[in-house]
Design a binder for this molecule. Sequence first.
Ligand code: UD2
Ligand code: MN
Length: 552
Amino acid sequence: MRRVRANAILILTVAWILGTFYYLWQDSKAFSSSQLKKSASGRLEERTLPLIVTHAPNGEQAGQLLGLFDEKAFLASKQLKAGQDPYREHAFNLQESDRLGSERAIRDTRHYRCASVLFDPDLPPTSIIITFHNEARSTLLRTIKSVLTRSPAHLIQEIILVDDFSSGPEDCRLLSQIPKVRCLRNERREGLIRSRVRGASAASASILTFLDSHCEVNTDWLQPMIQRVKEDHTRVVSPIIDVISLDNFAYLAASADLRGGFDWSLHFKWEQIPIEQKMARNDPTQPIRTPVIAGGIFVMDKGWFNHLGQYDTHMDIWGGENFELSFRVWMCGGSLEILPCSRVGHVFRKRHPYDFPEGNALTYIKNTRRAAEVWMDDYKQYYYSARPSAQGKAFGSIADRLTLRRKLNCNSFRWYLENVYPELKIPEQEAPYSLLKQNSLCLESHGTDSLGLAECKSVPSIPASQKWTLIEPLIHQNDLCLAITAFTAGSKVRLDPCNSKESKQKWRPRGPALQHMISGLCLDSQPPSGPPVIAQCRPQMSSQSWEPQLIT
Ligand code: UD2
Ligand code: MN
């Protein structure tokens, strides 16, 4: 009897140990597979996990979902004609999109741990807002159907389409036949910003969800976002945006280690999460704080959206609104995050398939100028330095938005930089020019090969050949730098293309003298006739004294 019991305990122990090993193996497999294997775009990730595939519903369910809407007729009437360029109209391969039809199974691209995250049973419903301008029928319908099939029905209060004055009114009219879908058509082209405001104002749910018109939502995409907003209405949340190939419409997982960032020209970019934050992340289901959102796909409490001033409706067509919203949310008491357990695919394109009545560049400048002028305080100077073409371009009145900022009592842009985006470095102040004086003479270049001394000129007639910029360890003249020609005393100096790693170009001050760091020799003008060389350092000698005099 005792032996039987001992055997049973042994078997249970072995089973427990094996089970533990299996669990740990699964875990490490998932982690290693989620380590980045980047594609050219830097965002794609390859996974080898056995992933759950999200299936399209069966025909009967789909029929019920669409009500009286005649999907076949809708798709058939606007297909690509033989011989037509499939990229021309939409900047993606229309033929492939049409071939896929209105729904398809896609890979569940989430980390496997996301499947076991629990949500409140009483999450509030949301209004989905999709604005479109001449969207392809197959992509638009797939967006709508993926929402209907991959979201818990009770969470979708309605889908509000805003047709931004597409060429014909038909799409809007026909799609309204789908249960839960409403379509509002603009009477003139408004752009996506005013269109979204129109859609949001018509929404009846307390939570707003914005989507582009060429998306496919993935398994359980909605619950994580509504949960976070329900817990704290000041959070504005977005999913990881997966990539739908514009060529073959393959659904590709994006990296889960990215957040939204930008440079001083207000150009959006995906960037790696800072290393300290990455190290601190031990739970891959946790939100990622992001300085800005890409703009198209996010969930926000409707009351908070209205309280914060919706959007700047003087922005036109496309662009810049994501910065304006992001700055406003952070600076006025909210937060922005990316939720890795929510995944939505989007067709990223290389060009805009539609026209900009005022031109693409001017519109982007107008919109980003408005964002910079209202939200960036004195830091807007860096925007103008990075985008000099923005200076002097019209951007309309911003009085209302400045009043809004005051009324909301928002933090400064400095606060935003210090607390939200410390990684955005302030551009180095342009170093001032100096003369390098030796009594009444100045160091002067004559082309790249020879240097000499000449009478110092004064403002405003100082020639470029006498202007030097001292940024240790380099002595610049524009993008050329003072370099020795050999490491021995008596060697001439010349100008070479600047390279801070080049040992021949490294100098440091030694008293009034300029010492070459590696050879230890000093710049010497070799009176009476030059040319300057490097010589044994004797800083007290006037031929080695170089007095920098700032040119103001
Ligand atoms: C990204 C955003 C997009 C928007 C934009 C900056 C994602 C996935 N997309 O560009 O939502 O924030 O950055 O402004 O983050 N549209 C109109 N009227 C117009 C022009 C466009 O309704 O005059 C619609 C268009 O059909 C689409 C949406 O607005 O549904 C966004 O336009 P996009 O897809 O050309 O922008 P995208 O993805 O390049
Ligand atoms: Mn888009």
